[in-house]
Design a protein around this ligand. Structure first.
Ligand code: MG
Length: 179
């Protein structure tokens, strides 16, 4: 197991939530959404738990985060932390006239983690705009049954898990390295 911390986003990274059910089987219902799990999710989570210290950080609320984690992993006992929206920073985007959330890894650093050993998997790059160099960007998942992102990610993570400094690796084009 590497000593790296892997922080996973939930919505559109591991799962997709809908208030109105899609025309495909949902995995479970929670808070009160129909939840669709990304293909290869169970295998992916088992791989991550074996190879990394694992955490979850979502811009959803804490109840949502805890409920989804309980469904996906049984409990949060094996995780370093489960963080939600209240740990994010809200920013106003003047061009789009709306607020968006930022996950500032300084908060992770303050908990004793060296950012050279922290990876974040998220479908929304803007949420990591303060620490792009820690991000592995993934395509958003909206319920596509043929999605292979998590399968590809396992190969990619295995190839970088022993890297000395995760921030010095260009991770933007990671798909090309495992295709
Ligand atoms: Mg997301």
């Amino acid at each position: 197991m590497s000593d790296k911390l892997l922080i996973l986003d939930l919505d559109e990274t591991l799962i997709h939530a809908e208030l109105v059910p899609l025309e495909l089987p949902h995995a479970f219902v929670a808070c009160p959404y129909f939840i669709y799990t990304r293909p290869y999710l169970d295998e992916f989570l088992a791989f991550c738990q074996q190879h990394f210290k694992l955490a979850v950080w979502t811009t959803g609320n804490q109840l949502y985060a805890d409920t989804i984690v309980a469904h996906l992993l049984g409990s949060a006992d094996q995780l370093e932390f489960v963080w939600a929206r209240d740990r994010c920073i809200s920013h106003y985007h003047s061009e789009l006239d709306c607020n968006y959330y930022i996950k500032d890894l300084k908060k992770v650093k303050r908990h004793g983690y060296d950012l050279e050993d922290v990876l974040v998997i998220d479908d929304s790059p803007e949420k990591l705009e303060r620490q792009y160099s820690n991000l592995i960007p993934v395509a958003p998942y909206y319920g596509e049954p043929a999605d292979k992102e998590l399968k590809l990610l396992m190969s990619y993570l295995a190839s970088i898990e022993e890297a000395d400094n995760i921030r010095s690796i260009d991770k933007r084009s990671w798909h090309q390295q495992v295709a």
